[in-house]
Design a protein around this ligand. Structure first.
Ligand code: ZN
Length: 139
């Protein structure tokens, strides 16, 4: 069995951002040489997500609006987590809703997606360097 590990780094210019990381994951898969197996992609921070959905700008706007309704950033003082001196309680909650990781099957050397599926990095407390882990296992 082959195993391949890689970290992808991000530093988004905005607090909240959605980045299509499918090309980077495909590049990791090429490097691995795996033809049949599984890839795990997970955010390594508790205020960021990795998820699969459509690469459609209207949808990404809608996520932002919906998440801000669920867990508004302001007022900061509404969250007990922010009593610690942090201001990112909303980002922890947004990450919880959008998920930590995805697993995708690898078939014949390709990501075995359903229609329109793409892998995204979801950032909820950006403007600093953060990582995503890509772990590929198979043959
Ligand atoms: Zn925090």
């Amino acid at each position: 069995m082959k195993s391949h590990r890689k970290e992808l780094w991000f530093n988004t210019p905005t607090r909240v951002a959605f980045v299509n990381i499918t090309p980077q994951v495909q590049e990791c898969l090429r490097e691995s040489g795996v033809r049949e197996g599984i890839v795990l992609v997970n955010a390594m921070h508790i205020t960021a997500s990795v998820f699969i959905n459509d690469d459609e700008s209207g949808l990404h706007h809608d996520y932002g609006v919906w998440l801000e309704k669920l867990a508004p950033h302001e007022p900061i003082k509404q969250y007990r987590h922010n009593d610690t001196g942090e201001d990112n309680a909303d980002a922890h909650m947004k990450r919880q809703v959008m998920g930590r990781e995805v697993v995708v099957a690898i078939t014949d050397g390709k990501l075995d997606f359903g229609p329109w599926e793409q892998i995204f990095y979801g950032e909820f407390d950006g403007r600093r360097r953060k990582r995503v882990l890509v772990k590929i296992i198979g043959e």
